[in-house]
Write a protein that binds this ligand. Structure first.
Ligand code: GDP
Ligand code: IMO
Ligand code: MG
Length: 430
Protein backbone atom coordinates (compact mmCIF):
# COMPACT_ATOMS: atom_id res chain seq x y z
CA UNK A 1 0.00 0.00 0.00
CA UNK A 2 1.51 3.39 -0.93
CA UNK A 3 0.63 6.63 0.90
CA UNK A 4 -2.53 7.05 2.97
CA UNK A 5 -3.93 10.36 4.18
CA UNK A 6 -5.79 10.55 7.48
CA UNK A 7 -7.57 13.83 8.20
CA UNK A 8 -10.44 15.45 10.07
CA UNK A 9 -13.82 15.89 8.37
CA UNK A 10 -15.35 18.49 10.70
CA UNK A 11 -13.86 21.26 12.90
CA UNK A 12 -11.16 19.17 14.57
CA UNK A 13 -10.97 16.88 17.60
CA UNK A 14 -12.67 14.03 15.74
CA UNK A 15 -10.27 11.49 17.25
CA UNK A 16 -7.56 11.56 14.57
CA UNK A 17 -4.88 10.79 17.15
CA UNK A 18 -6.55 7.58 18.24
CA UNK A 19 -7.20 6.50 14.63
CA UNK A 20 -3.56 7.10 13.65
CA UNK A 21 -2.28 5.37 16.74
CA UNK A 22 -4.53 2.36 16.12
CA UNK A 23 -2.91 1.84 12.70
CA UNK A 24 0.57 2.64 13.99
CA UNK A 25 2.05 -0.82 14.24
CA UNK A 26 1.19 -1.58 10.60
CA UNK A 27 2.55 1.68 9.24
CA UNK A 28 6.22 2.46 8.62
CA UNK A 29 6.07 6.26 8.72
CA UNK A 30 3.57 8.69 10.28
CA UNK A 31 4.02 12.17 8.82
CA UNK A 32 2.44 15.31 10.26
CA UNK A 33 1.92 17.61 7.29
CA UNK A 34 0.26 20.80 8.57
CA UNK A 35 -0.41 22.89 11.63
CA UNK A 36 1.69 22.98 14.76
CA UNK A 37 1.07 22.85 18.47
CA UNK A 38 -2.45 24.22 17.99
CA UNK A 39 -3.37 20.54 17.57
CA UNK A 40 -4.22 18.42 20.56
CA UNK A 41 -4.57 14.67 20.32
CA UNK A 42 -5.47 12.56 23.32
CA UNK A 43 -4.47 8.94 22.92
CA UNK A 44 -5.16 6.21 25.43
CA UNK A 45 -2.84 3.19 25.37
CA UNK A 46 -3.38 0.41 27.92
CA UNK A 47 -5.25 2.86 30.16
CA UNK A 48 -2.38 5.41 29.98
CA UNK A 49 -3.37 8.80 28.60
CA UNK A 50 -1.01 10.75 26.32
CA UNK A 51 -1.68 14.31 25.11
CA UNK A 52 0.25 15.14 21.94
CA UNK A 53 0.39 18.54 20.29
CA UNK A 54 3.27 18.86 17.88
CA UNK A 55 4.50 15.29 17.67
CA UNK A 56 2.87 12.87 15.20
CA UNK A 57 0.78 10.15 16.86
CA UNK A 58 3.22 7.57 15.43
CA UNK A 59 5.66 8.55 18.19
CA UNK A 60 3.85 6.09 20.48
CA UNK A 61 4.50 3.13 18.16
CA UNK A 62 8.04 1.75 18.46
CA UNK A 63 8.08 0.19 14.98
CA UNK A 64 7.21 3.35 13.12
CA UNK A 65 9.19 6.46 12.19
CA UNK A 66 7.43 9.72 13.10
CA UNK A 67 8.12 12.64 10.77
CA UNK A 68 7.37 16.36 11.08
CA UNK A 69 6.93 17.46 7.47
CA UNK A 70 7.80 20.72 5.75
CA UNK A 71 4.19 21.98 6.00
CA UNK A 72 4.28 22.12 9.80
CA UNK A 73 5.22 25.18 11.87
CA UNK A 74 7.45 24.22 14.78
CA UNK A 75 7.85 25.88 18.15
CA UNK A 76 11.18 24.30 19.19
CA UNK A 77 10.61 24.83 22.90
CA UNK A 78 7.32 22.91 22.63
CA UNK A 79 9.02 20.23 20.55
CA UNK A 80 11.66 19.66 23.18
CA UNK A 81 9.32 19.77 26.15
CA UNK A 82 6.98 17.27 24.48
CA UNK A 83 9.92 14.96 23.77
CA UNK A 84 11.12 15.32 27.38
CA UNK A 85 7.66 14.56 28.76
CA UNK A 86 7.36 11.39 26.65
CA UNK A 87 10.89 10.25 27.47
CA UNK A 88 10.21 10.63 31.18
CA UNK A 89 7.32 8.18 30.69
CA UNK A 90 9.61 5.68 28.94
CA UNK A 91 8.61 6.45 25.33
CA UNK A 92 11.49 6.18 22.85
CA UNK A 93 11.51 9.37 20.78
CA UNK A 94 14.85 8.81 19.05
CA UNK A 95 13.31 7.93 15.67
CA UNK A 96 11.73 11.36 15.20
CA UNK A 97 12.67 13.19 11.97
CA UNK A 98 12.09 16.86 11.23
CA UNK A 99 12.02 18.49 7.80
CA UNK A 100 14.77 21.07 7.16
CA UNK A 101 12.13 23.16 5.36
CA UNK A 102 9.58 23.40 8.18
CA UNK A 103 9.12 26.94 9.48
CA UNK A 104 9.81 27.94 13.06
CA UNK A 105 7.50 29.68 15.48
CA UNK A 106 9.30 32.39 17.43
CA UNK A 107 8.11 34.03 20.62
CA UNK A 108 7.17 37.13 18.57
CA UNK A 109 4.63 35.04 16.66
CA UNK A 110 2.86 34.19 19.91
CA UNK A 111 2.93 37.82 21.01
CA UNK A 112 1.40 38.91 17.69
CA UNK A 113 -1.21 36.12 17.81
CA UNK A 114 -2.37 37.25 21.24
CA UNK A 115 -2.32 41.03 20.66
CA UNK A 116 -4.11 40.63 17.33
CA UNK A 117 -6.89 38.65 18.99
CA UNK A 118 -7.20 41.26 21.70
CA UNK A 119 -7.23 44.02 19.09
CA UNK A 120 -9.97 42.26 17.12
CA UNK A 121 -12.23 42.22 20.19
CA UNK A 122 -15.69 41.02 19.17
CA UNK A 123 -14.33 40.01 15.77
CA UNK A 124 -11.68 37.69 17.25
CA UNK A 125 -11.21 34.18 15.84
CA UNK A 126 -10.63 32.40 19.13
CA UNK A 127 -7.19 31.11 18.10
CA UNK A 128 -5.16 28.84 20.32
CA UNK A 129 -2.69 31.70 20.87
CA UNK A 130 0.26 29.52 19.88
CA UNK A 131 1.55 31.84 17.12
CA UNK A 132 0.34 29.57 14.32
CA UNK A 133 -1.31 32.24 12.12
CA UNK A 134 1.55 34.76 12.36
CA UNK A 135 4.16 32.03 11.60
CA UNK A 136 2.27 30.95 8.45
CA UNK A 137 1.76 34.61 7.52
CA UNK A 138 5.56 35.08 7.62
CA UNK A 139 6.04 31.95 5.53
CA UNK A 140 3.72 33.26 2.81
CA UNK A 141 5.19 36.77 3.08
CA UNK A 142 8.64 35.21 2.60
CA UNK A 143 10.01 36.51 5.87
CA UNK A 144 9.86 33.22 7.77
CA UNK A 145 12.71 31.39 9.48
CA UNK A 146 13.10 27.69 8.66
CA UNK A 147 14.65 24.85 10.64
CA UNK A 148 17.70 24.80 8.34
CA UNK A 149 18.38 28.48 9.03
CA UNK A 150 19.50 27.83 12.61
CA UNK A 151 22.56 26.03 11.23
CA UNK A 152 23.88 29.17 9.50
CA UNK A 153 24.19 32.06 11.93
CA UNK A 154 24.86 34.64 9.21
CA UNK A 155 21.71 33.78 7.26
CA UNK A 156 19.72 33.40 10.46
CA UNK A 157 20.64 36.91 11.60
CA UNK A 158 19.74 38.40 8.20
CA UNK A 159 16.36 36.66 8.20
CA UNK A 160 15.54 37.68 11.75
CA UNK A 161 16.47 41.30 10.93
CA UNK A 162 14.05 41.28 7.99
CA UNK A 163 11.35 39.52 10.00
CA UNK A 164 11.54 42.00 12.87
CA UNK A 165 11.66 45.20 10.86
CA UNK A 166 7.94 45.49 10.16
CA UNK A 167 6.91 43.59 13.30
CA UNK A 168 8.65 45.96 15.66
CA UNK A 169 6.94 48.92 14.02
CA UNK A 170 3.64 47.15 14.46
CA UNK A 171 4.30 46.08 18.04
CA UNK A 172 5.51 49.49 19.20
CA UNK A 173 3.35 51.87 17.17
CA UNK A 174 0.08 49.95 16.89
CA UNK A 175 0.00 47.57 19.82
CA UNK A 176 1.97 49.61 22.34
CA UNK A 177 4.34 46.73 23.08
CA UNK A 178 8.10 46.69 23.51
CA UNK A 179 10.34 46.11 20.50
CA UNK A 180 12.00 42.71 20.19
CA UNK A 181 15.75 42.73 19.57
CA UNK A 182 17.45 40.75 16.81
CA UNK A 183 19.99 39.47 19.32
CA UNK A 184 17.44 37.91 21.67
CA UNK A 185 15.72 36.08 18.82
CA UNK A 186 18.97 34.88 17.21
CA UNK A 187 20.20 33.70 20.57
CA UNK A 188 16.98 31.80 21.20
CA UNK A 189 17.10 30.08 17.80
CA UNK A 190 20.81 29.23 18.12
CA UNK A 191 20.17 27.62 21.49
CA UNK A 192 18.05 24.98 19.69
CA UNK A 193 20.71 24.19 17.12
CA UNK A 194 22.59 21.29 18.75
CA UNK A 195 19.52 19.49 19.99
CA UNK A 196 17.55 19.66 16.77
CA UNK A 197 20.44 18.86 14.40
CA UNK A 198 20.31 15.03 14.66
CA UNK A 199 16.57 15.03 13.89
CA UNK A 200 16.77 17.14 10.74
CA UNK A 201 16.49 15.39 7.40
CA UNK A 202 15.46 15.81 3.77
CA UNK A 203 12.17 14.21 4.67
CA UNK A 204 10.62 14.55 1.18
CA UNK A 205 13.47 12.52 -0.35
CA UNK A 206 13.40 9.99 2.45
CA UNK A 207 9.64 9.42 2.14
CA UNK A 208 9.85 9.11 -1.62
CA UNK A 209 12.51 6.40 -1.25
CA UNK A 210 10.46 4.67 1.44
CA UNK A 211 7.48 4.52 -0.93
CA UNK A 212 9.73 3.15 -3.70
CA UNK A 213 10.68 0.35 -1.32
CA UNK A 214 7.03 -0.50 -0.71
CA UNK A 215 6.79 1.02 2.75
CA UNK A 216 3.51 2.36 4.10
CA UNK A 217 3.38 6.08 4.80
CA UNK A 218 0.50 7.59 6.77
CA UNK A 219 0.04 11.34 6.33
CA UNK A 220 -1.62 12.67 9.47
CA UNK A 221 -3.51 15.96 9.27
CA UNK A 222 -3.86 18.38 12.17
CA UNK A 223 -7.10 20.40 12.50
CA UNK A 224 -9.73 19.54 9.89
CA UNK A 225 -11.58 20.27 6.65
CA UNK A 226 -13.80 23.05 8.01
CA UNK A 227 -10.75 24.78 9.52
CA UNK A 228 -8.88 24.74 6.17
CA UNK A 229 -7.77 28.21 5.10
CA UNK A 230 -9.09 27.62 1.55
CA UNK A 231 -12.01 25.25 2.03
CA UNK A 232 -13.16 25.93 5.58
CA UNK A 233 -15.35 28.58 7.19
CA UNK A 234 -12.96 31.44 6.39
CA UNK A 235 -11.98 33.60 8.26
CA UNK A 236 -12.84 31.34 11.21
CA UNK A 237 -10.17 28.83 10.24
CA UNK A 238 -6.57 27.94 10.97
CA UNK A 239 -3.82 29.18 8.65
CA UNK A 240 -2.89 25.93 6.91
CA UNK A 241 -4.41 23.29 4.60
CA UNK A 242 -5.55 20.26 6.61
CA UNK A 243 -7.34 18.94 3.46
CA UNK A 244 -5.81 16.31 1.13
CA UNK A 245 -3.94 18.80 -1.03
CA UNK A 246 -2.08 19.96 2.07
CA UNK A 247 -0.88 16.40 2.63
CA UNK A 248 1.07 16.62 -0.64
CA UNK A 249 2.48 20.12 -0.28
CA UNK A 250 3.17 19.58 3.41
CA UNK A 251 5.14 16.38 2.95
CA UNK A 252 6.63 16.43 -0.56
CA UNK A 253 4.67 13.36 -1.64
CA UNK A 254 2.94 13.78 -5.04
CA UNK A 255 -0.84 13.21 -5.39
CA UNK A 256 -0.49 10.13 -7.61
CA UNK A 257 1.16 8.20 -4.79
CA UNK A 258 -1.80 8.66 -2.49
CA UNK A 259 -3.94 5.59 -2.54
CA UNK A 260 -6.42 6.13 0.22
CA UNK A 261 -7.96 9.09 2.04
CA UNK A 262 -9.40 8.31 5.45
CA UNK A 263 -11.54 11.00 7.08
CA UNK A 264 -12.26 10.85 10.78
CA UNK A 265 -15.73 12.09 11.64
CA UNK A 266 -17.44 12.28 15.03
CA UNK A 267 -20.92 10.78 15.46
CA UNK A 268 -21.95 14.33 16.41
CA UNK A 269 -20.18 17.67 15.85
CA UNK A 270 -17.93 19.92 17.92
CA UNK A 271 -16.12 23.17 17.35
CA UNK A 272 -13.64 25.23 19.41
CA UNK A 273 -13.31 28.97 18.91
CA UNK A 274 -15.52 31.36 16.99
CA UNK A 275 -17.40 30.94 13.72
CA UNK A 276 -20.63 29.56 12.25
CA UNK A 277 -21.87 26.12 13.33
CA UNK A 278 -25.39 25.29 12.02
CA UNK A 279 -26.14 22.29 14.26
CA UNK A 280 -24.79 23.88 17.45
CA UNK A 281 -26.91 23.15 20.54
CA UNK A 282 -27.02 25.94 23.09
CA UNK A 283 -29.34 23.99 25.38
CA UNK A 284 -29.28 21.01 27.74
CA UNK A 285 -28.70 18.62 24.80
CA UNK A 286 -25.46 20.47 24.02
CA UNK A 287 -24.38 20.38 27.66
CA UNK A 288 -25.09 16.66 27.78
CA UNK A 289 -22.99 15.96 24.66
CA UNK A 290 -20.15 18.00 26.19
CA UNK A 291 -20.36 16.11 29.48
CA UNK A 292 -20.82 12.62 27.97
CA UNK A 293 -18.11 13.17 25.33
CA UNK A 294 -15.70 14.99 27.68
CA UNK A 295 -15.60 17.76 25.11
CA UNK A 296 -12.95 20.05 26.52
CA UNK A 297 -9.94 21.06 24.42
CA UNK A 298 -6.72 19.03 24.72
CA UNK A 299 -4.65 22.15 23.98
CA UNK A 300 -6.45 25.06 25.63
CA UNK A 301 -8.92 23.27 27.94
CA UNK A 302 -11.76 25.35 26.46
CA UNK A 303 -15.24 23.77 26.50
CA UNK A 304 -16.04 22.62 22.96
CA UNK A 305 -19.23 23.82 21.31
CA UNK A 306 -21.40 20.76 20.63
CA UNK A 307 -24.15 19.86 18.15
CA UNK A 308 -25.70 17.02 16.17
CA UNK A 309 -24.13 15.25 13.20
CA UNK A 310 -24.12 17.40 10.07
CA UNK A 311 -24.24 15.28 6.92
CA UNK A 312 -23.84 18.34 4.66
CA UNK A 313 -20.40 18.87 6.15
CA UNK A 314 -19.53 15.17 5.89
CA UNK A 315 -20.52 15.14 2.20
CA UNK A 316 -18.51 18.30 1.64
CA UNK A 317 -15.47 16.74 3.34
CA UNK A 318 -15.91 13.61 1.21
CA UNK A 319 -15.91 15.72 -1.96
CA UNK A 320 -13.10 18.15 -1.11
CA UNK A 321 -10.76 15.43 0.14
CA UNK A 322 -11.64 12.52 -2.14
CA UNK A 323 -12.48 10.48 0.95
CA UNK A 324 -12.35 6.71 0.39
CA UNK A 325 -13.22 5.71 3.97
CA UNK A 326 -14.73 7.34 7.02
CA UNK A 327 -13.77 6.42 10.55
CA UNK A 328 -16.81 7.30 12.65
CA UNK A 329 -15.83 8.06 16.25
CA UNK A 330 -17.48 8.43 19.65
CA UNK A 331 -20.64 6.52 18.79
CA UNK A 332 -20.68 5.40 22.45
CA UNK A 333 -21.27 9.02 23.53
CA UNK A 334 -24.73 8.95 21.94
CA UNK A 335 -25.88 5.98 24.02
CA UNK A 336 -28.93 6.58 26.20
CA UNK A 337 -30.96 8.86 23.94
CA UNK A 338 -34.46 8.08 22.80
CA UNK A 339 -33.78 9.45 19.34
CA UNK A 340 -30.80 11.07 17.63
CA UNK A 341 -31.28 13.95 15.20
CA UNK A 342 -29.12 14.07 12.07
CA UNK A 343 -28.83 17.18 9.91
CA UNK A 344 -29.50 16.05 6.33
CA UNK A 345 -29.58 19.48 4.65
CA UNK A 346 -30.00 23.20 5.32
CA UNK A 347 -32.71 25.71 4.88
CA UNK A 348 -31.11 28.96 3.76
CA UNK A 349 -33.43 31.97 3.65
CA UNK A 350 -36.38 29.66 3.03
CA UNK A 351 -34.68 27.55 0.36
CA UNK A 352 -33.64 23.92 0.93
CA UNK A 353 -29.96 23.25 0.17
CA UNK A 354 -28.12 19.92 0.27
CA UNK A 355 -24.62 21.26 -0.42
CA UNK A 356 -22.38 23.66 1.50
CA UNK A 357 -23.66 27.16 0.69
CA UNK A 358 -21.42 29.16 -1.61
CA UNK A 359 -21.07 32.26 0.56
CA UNK A 360 -20.25 33.01 4.18
CA UNK A 361 -23.51 34.98 4.50
CA UNK A 362 -25.58 31.99 3.39
CA UNK A 363 -23.71 29.67 5.74
CA UNK A 364 -24.41 32.03 8.64
CA UNK A 365 -28.10 31.84 7.69
CA UNK A 366 -28.16 28.04 7.29
CA UNK A 367 -30.73 26.32 9.52
CA UNK A 368 -30.39 22.56 9.91
CA UNK A 369 -33.07 20.25 8.50
CA UNK A 370 -33.21 17.23 10.80
CA UNK A 371 -34.24 13.63 10.36
CA UNK A 372 -34.47 11.44 13.44
CA UNK A 373 -32.87 8.05 14.07
CA UNK A 374 -33.92 5.70 16.85
CA UNK A 375 -31.66 5.76 19.89
CA UNK A 376 -30.29 2.86 21.95
CA UNK A 377 -29.60 2.38 25.63
CA UNK A 378 -27.22 -0.61 25.72
CA UNK A 379 -23.52 -0.11 26.56
CA UNK A 380 -21.71 -0.50 23.22
CA UNK A 381 -18.13 -0.03 24.43
CA UNK A 382 -17.23 -3.71 24.03
CA UNK A 383 -18.64 -4.05 20.49
CA UNK A 384 -15.98 -5.05 17.94
CA UNK A 385 -18.15 -5.89 14.91
CA UNK A 386 -21.25 -4.20 13.50
CA UNK A 387 -23.23 -7.27 14.57
CA UNK A 388 -22.27 -6.59 18.21
CA UNK A 389 -24.10 -3.25 18.12
CA UNK A 390 -27.75 -2.86 19.10
CA UNK A 391 -29.92 -2.69 15.95
CA UNK A 392 -30.63 1.04 16.38
CA UNK A 393 -26.92 1.89 16.70
CA UNK A 394 -26.14 -0.17 13.61
CA UNK A 395 -28.95 1.61 11.75
CA UNK A 396 -27.54 4.98 12.85
CA UNK A 397 -24.17 4.01 11.33
CA UNK A 398 -25.83 2.91 8.07
CA UNK A 399 -27.92 6.10 7.95
CA UNK A 400 -24.80 8.25 8.29
CA UNK A 401 -23.03 6.18 5.64
CA UNK A 402 -25.90 6.69 3.19
CA UNK A 403 -25.89 10.43 3.83
CA UNK A 404 -22.17 11.16 3.98
CA UNK A 405 -20.70 10.26 0.60
CA UNK A 406 -18.23 7.49 1.48
CA UNK A 407 -18.24 4.14 3.23
CA UNK A 408 -17.74 3.90 7.01
CA UNK A 409 -14.94 1.43 7.63
CA UNK A 410 -14.48 1.71 11.39
CA UNK A 411 -16.55 2.94 14.32
CA UNK A 412 -15.11 4.17 17.62
CA UNK A 413 -16.89 2.96 20.74
CA UNK A 414 -14.46 4.23 23.39
CA UNK A 415 -11.19 6.13 23.80
CA UNK A 416 -8.92 3.06 24.14
CA UNK A 417 -6.72 1.83 21.28
CA UNK A 418 -8.85 -1.29 20.77
CA UNK A 419 -12.30 0.20 21.36
CA UNK A 420 -13.25 0.08 17.70
CA UNK A 421 -15.80 -1.72 15.57
CA UNK A 422 -13.91 -2.85 12.49
CA UNK A 423 -16.04 -2.97 9.37
CA UNK A 424 -13.15 -3.49 6.96
CA UNK A 425 -9.37 -3.30 7.12
CA UNK A 426 -8.33 0.32 6.54
CA UNK A 427 -4.95 -0.84 5.26
CA UNK A 428 -6.21 -3.78 3.24
CA UNK A 429 -7.03 -3.88 -0.48
CA UNK A 430 -10.25 -2.09 -1.43
P1 GDP B 1 -7.97 14.76 17.55
O1 GDP B 1 -7.48 16.14 17.74
O2 GDP B 1 -8.75 14.57 16.30
O3 GDP B 1 -6.88 13.72 17.67
O4 GDP B 1 -9.00 14.47 18.74
P2 GDP B 1 -8.82 14.85 20.31
O5 GDP B 1 -7.82 13.91 20.90
O6 GDP B 1 -8.59 16.31 20.47
O7 GDP B 1 -10.28 14.58 20.84
C1 GDP B 1 -10.88 13.33 20.74
C2 GDP B 1 -11.16 12.79 22.16
O8 GDP B 1 -12.05 11.73 22.08
C3 GDP B 1 -9.93 12.25 22.86
O9 GDP B 1 -10.06 12.52 24.23
C4 GDP B 1 -9.99 10.74 22.60
O10 GDP B 1 -9.39 9.97 23.63
C5 GDP B 1 -11.47 10.52 22.59
N1 GDP B 1 -11.94 9.47 21.69
C6 GDP B 1 -11.50 9.12 20.45
N2 GDP B 1 -12.27 8.18 19.91
C7 GDP B 1 -13.25 7.91 20.82
C8 GDP B 1 -14.39 7.07 20.83
O11 GDP B 1 -14.69 6.35 19.87
N3 GDP B 1 -15.17 7.10 21.96
C9 GDP B 1 -14.91 7.90 23.02
N4 GDP B 1 -15.72 7.89 24.07
N5 GDP B 1 -13.84 8.72 23.04
C10 GDP B 1 -13.03 8.74 21.95
P1 IMO C 1 -6.82 19.19 16.32
O1 IMO C 1 -5.66 18.76 15.46
C1 IMO C 1 -9.97 22.10 17.12
C2 IMO C 1 -9.13 26.26 15.95
C3 IMO C 1 -8.99 27.28 17.06
C4 IMO C 1 -9.49 28.52 16.35
C5 IMO C 1 -8.98 28.34 14.93
C6 IMO C 1 -7.69 29.10 14.64
O2 IMO C 1 -6.69 18.84 17.75
O3 IMO C 1 -8.11 18.75 15.70
P2 IMO C 1 -5.15 28.74 15.36
O4 IMO C 1 -4.52 28.72 16.72
O5 IMO C 1 -4.97 27.49 14.57
O6 IMO C 1 -4.79 29.96 14.56
O7 IMO C 1 -6.74 28.88 15.66
O8 IMO C 1 -8.75 26.95 14.76
N1 IMO C 1 -8.24 25.08 16.07
C7 IMO C 1 -8.66 23.86 16.44
N2 IMO C 1 -9.87 23.42 16.84
N3 IMO C 1 -8.94 21.23 16.99
C8 IMO C 1 -7.73 21.64 16.58
O9 IMO C 1 -6.72 20.80 16.30
C9 IMO C 1 -7.53 23.01 16.31
N4 IMO C 1 -6.47 23.76 15.90
C10 IMO C 1 -6.93 25.02 15.75
O10 IMO C 1 -9.79 26.93 18.17
O11 IMO C 1 -10.90 28.50 16.28
MG1 MG D 1 -7.68 17.72 19.11
Amino acid sequence: MPAIVLLGAQWGDEGKGKATDAMGSRVDYVVKYNGGNNAGHTIVVDGEKYALHLLPAGILTPSCTPVIGNGVVIDPSVLFSEIDALQSRGVDTSRLLVSADAHLIASYHQVIDKVTERFLGKMRLGTTGRGIGPAYADKISRVGVRVQDVFDEKILRQKVEVALEVKNNLLVKVYNRRAITVDEVVEEFLSYCDRIRPMVADTGLLLSRALDEGRTVLLEGGQATMLDVDHGTYPFVTSSNPTTGGACTGSGIPPNRIDRVIAVVKAYTTRVGEGPFPTELLDADGDRLRADGAEFGTTTGRPRRCGWYDAVIARYAARINGVTDFVLTKLDVLTGRERVPVCVGYEVDGIRQDEMPMTQTEFHHARPVYEFCDGWSEDISSARTLGDLPKAAEQYVHALEDLSGARISAVGVGPGRDATVVVRDLLGGS
